[in-house]
Design a protein around this ligand. Structure first.
Ligand code: ZN
Length: 211
């Protein structure tokens, strides 16, 4: 059984629906609530839903259209289908090839969602790894730090080399963590590796870059 409403939701964002039929969300993704007609922007528009912090109303794109235009579920689907030119065969008897086409689209959507979830999971593991290494290196650096006042004559050269190597590593890990969080960085790696989070994760996953 093909799920036409899921197909609509995959093609039309809640932001587009709210902007078109209600009002433009502000920078905090908020609008006035159309369910309780509030004056303040208490309704959050995000992740495929609207949610009102005051009255608790929660709608997806179809529920939103149902509520705004007082439509039935199928009428709301038809309105979205036609207003956003989705061309889905809603309320029609499907031909065999239309059915096949929809099944293919649905399978693709499920595969894409699964792939995105897997990727997110791998990225999270890598990031946790970076943070663990960062904390470990911070501990090593402070353990190796020469005690002050520094007496040049008694410095152990090997220890000092190790200290500087760990300092460099710490700098690298700090840069990596910052960049993966999307913060602006400005040091040698920003220029040699770049600041594109997706590309850096790609390279870490492929082993082209190591933590
Ligand atoms: Zn409300």
């Amino acid at each position: 059984m093909i799920n036409l409403s899921e197909e609509l939701k995959s093609r039309i964002s809640i932001e587009d629906v709210i902007s078109r039929y209600w009002e433009e969300p502000d920078r905090a993704h908020r609008v006035k609530c159309f369910a309780h007609n509030g004056k303040d922007r208490n309704m959050l528009v995000k992740n495929g839903f609207v949610y009102c912090f005051v009255c608790g109303a929660r709608f997806d794109i179809i529920g939103t259209v149902q509520h705004l235009f007082e439509l039935s579920f199928i009428q709301a689907c038809e309105k979205l289908n036609s207003d956003f030119n989705c061309g889905l065969p809603i309320g029609k008897k499907l031909t065999r090839s239309e059915m096949e086409e929809l099944k293919r689209a649905e399978a693709q959507r499920i595969a894409a969602r699964q792939a995105a979830e897997n990727r997110k999971c791998i990225e999270n593991k890598i990031f946790i790894n970076v943070c663990d290494e960062l904390h470990l290196t911070q501990a090593i650096v402070s353990a190796l730090e020469p005690s002050k006042p520094i007496d040049i004559d008694t410095l152990d050269e090997e220890l000092i080399d190790a200290y500087f190597a760990q300092l460099k590593r710490l700098e690298w890990l700090e840069w990596l963590a910052d960049t993966l969080l999307g913060h602006d960085t400005d040091c040698e790696w920003t220029y040699t590796i770049g600041a594109d989070t997706r590309v850096i994760y790609d390279r870490l996953i492929s082993g082209d870059l190591t933590i």
